[in-house]
Design a protein around this ligand. Sequence first.
Ligand code: KIV
Length: 275
Amino acid sequence: MSTQDRVRRITVPDLRRRKGGEPIVCLTAYTAPMAACLDPHVDLLLVGDSLGMVIYGFENTLPVTLDMMIAHGAAVRRGSTRACLVVDLPFGSYQESPGQAYRSAARVMQETGCSAVKAEGGREMAETVRFLTERGIPVMGHVGLTPQSVNRFGGYGARGRVPDQAEAIIADAIAVAEAGAFAIVIEGTVEPLARAITAKVPVPTIGIGASPACDGQILVTEDMIGLFKTFTPKFVRQYADMGGTVGTAASAYAADVRARRFPGIEHVFPDRKAI
Ligand code: KIV
């Protein structure tokens, strides 16, 4: 491929300018081949810490480490050329202090080549968001249902049903935007709350179980293609049944092996000299 043919990667400022414009299309990716499939169709690929559940089979995202995020982030970077690449900071790698967050985020950026990191949290995380953005690390915020706080919330129920909670989430989004986040994921809130936040903050909001009014949408790809069946949230629309397709293929392969229909002669290497 010549330098001229090379596609320019979508940048953080490109996405920041999309506030109120054409919806920003985002999906998660954890591996190079999946990134290659998704890359032509999306504006942003998120290497989410949801990989803990989707890839590693953990019960929640808390056991995910920085090394896991870096390994998968680098793989997704190798598999993509166009989408803006954002990597999640995992639980325990940034909450302690802005300095800890900077060291973790700098490692993620150096070792994956991503354009930004995502950090869960609201007002309590504003100082950290400012610290990172002022030092050259773009940050995507994440408010509402923040899965790393599952033990505080006691589950994954929708947030913002009571007025105090809704006010707190609005204050979280405003604080993170004012601290310099270039975009904010709003996850698992009642619809009018996500709509209100989108109208209030000057940066793009990316909804997941939030509102069609958000400036963009994201889903976990394995939910969207029907490959992760442990739990499918209400807000997922399944566009394929890859779990079913894989099962059908495995069953046909098993039947062929048992009946000695596979491998065929076209799948083996004849050694004419030895015959
Ligand atoms: O970890 C993740 O995949 C996420 C998205 C669901 C927004 O945070």
